[in-house]
Design a protein around this ligand. Sequence first.
Ligand code: B12
Ligand code: SF4
Length: 510
Amino acid sequence: MSTVARKTNYDRRGKQKVVLFFPTPAYGHYRIELGLALAVVAAPLEGKYDLHLVDERVTPNYEQAVLNHLDDTVCVGISSITGYQIKRGIAMARQIRAMDPEVPIVWGGYHPSLFPEQCCESEACDIVCAGQGDVTFREIVESLAAGRAPRDIPGAAYWTADGIVVNQPRPLTNINDVLPAPYHLLDVNRAIELNQKINHEKIRTTEFHSSQGCPGKCGYCADASLFQRRWFGLDAERVVAEVTDLVKTYRLDQVNFSDANFFANQKRVAAICRGFIESGLDIRWVASARPDTFHRYKQETLELIRDSGCKRIIVGAESAAEPVLELISKGATAEDHLKSAEVCRDYGIGGTFTFITGFPHPPGTPPQETTQDLLDFIQRLKHIHPDIRTKIFVFTPYPGTPLYDLSVQYGMPEPKSLEEWADYNPATMKESQWVEPWERQLIEKVNGFYFPFAYPDSTMQRSLKHGIKKWPYRIMHSLAKTRVNREFYWAPVEWELFKRFKKDTFEPIA
Ligand code: B12
Ligand code: SF4
């Protein structure tokens, strides 16, 4: 960005519109998860301002959809997590500045919340809305619309010609006091259709956020930096009512709960499941669970979970080696992972277990768990229950986490500006990590091809048995099984062939 003095004008009296922009969140191939953050911060402004919610992935001509409204706009809000989303947010901010340098640009989301001052130093950002956004953003908008900079608004930070002002933080709000997300302001149908078209989803799925925060303290997770290890769950009645409404409005087949820890409160989970069953809701649902929670649930709750349509739980297992689980403060053991897989098997629920390889260790010392160690453990899970899917991620240290601080201590260079954070991406960041290039390739192969084919889940087993496709599947199955058993992944001709025909990873997480 140019270094000319800013022309931002905080006096927005007489303006009617508020534009909110959700940049593409991640580099590479991800399914489209709704930009729910925009809807949550827009809710208190509904009926008072002319609102325009734009999602780079979903809104046709998204640039024009933002730029067309600048002449009458109080401000433009941009949402971002760390990494690629910043890059896309900065690109949009540049266009806004070029067209109307007076429009205040407000950033919110995990990354700006962690670095309010650094964000305001960038010319892409005038104001940061740190932490939960619904009340803070409403107050920022009201302040600008009344002709004032966001002075004294808790949670706000803002640029001035005399320096950056960081206001005191805003205390956490219980999400039961937050208005329901106005989904109609987002193009939900188009997001569903794009997922069906691009991601080959056969059913209609969308996201719902039913709780916030997590009491866990996993050393790689950014949740505690925003929610201080507190957990707020929406009341079960409200979850049931809002989900029922969504299912009817958007003709949904599946709801993915995007909560950090959906299963934190067993009583609430049971009430939600009972509510789904009693309202005759015929849906499938997916949610995340800690490995140490789910298998400790009562039998009757597990039955309710199954009977209310839970199709799959996502379990952040991360590692099977005790020293690593300790290093990352997981609060769970390999035994917990195995027991969770058994519960999934016993109740006929699918499970996706995610793992992370390449946690930091002192320079010159070997890792405490290798990728092959993880693959050996994954085989044990797959033997327990064929409907266990797995995915290995390569560790990326995220700011605001203890393992980020440790990585810096071990020599990882820290990005120093919003612009530098824009290139902080798991997919592109090769240096400063504890995984060799050949291991990255191995992970790509086993995630996307060898393990799903070697251990087919029930969907693939159907293909292996019937129809015209059964022969290619069977051949791939025996090749994959041989490779996995022999731990031999060199010259992967079948994998190269497979990639030509299938662009995305074979097993979706949800
Ligand atoms: C959906 C999701 C995704 C989606 C979309 C990302 C997104 N931006 O929504 C996808 C699948 C693409 C994704 C990918 C990844 N994700 Co993700 N994801 C989530 C998840 C589960 C839900 C986000 C959500 O919708 N929350 C609901 C809304 C209502 O809450 P919210 O986003 O926090 O918004 C509130 C405030 O932040 C604020 N706010 C947000 N935006 C804005 C904008 C404005 C203008 C204002 C005023 C306020 C505001 O107000 C909102 C209401 O209070 C969160 C965990 C969680 N439960 O929050 C992780 C999370 C955001 N993901 C995370 C990570 C690390 C990843 C990955 C790197 C994982 C990986 N290893 O592959 C990838 C890749 C990202 C990359 N840079 O390449 C971290 C982010 C950490 C950070 N420092 O940014 C989180 C927090 C998980 C965690 N606990 O560590 N993710
Ligand atoms: S259980 Fe999940 S959300 Fe909770 S701290 Fe650990 S990784 Fe974060």
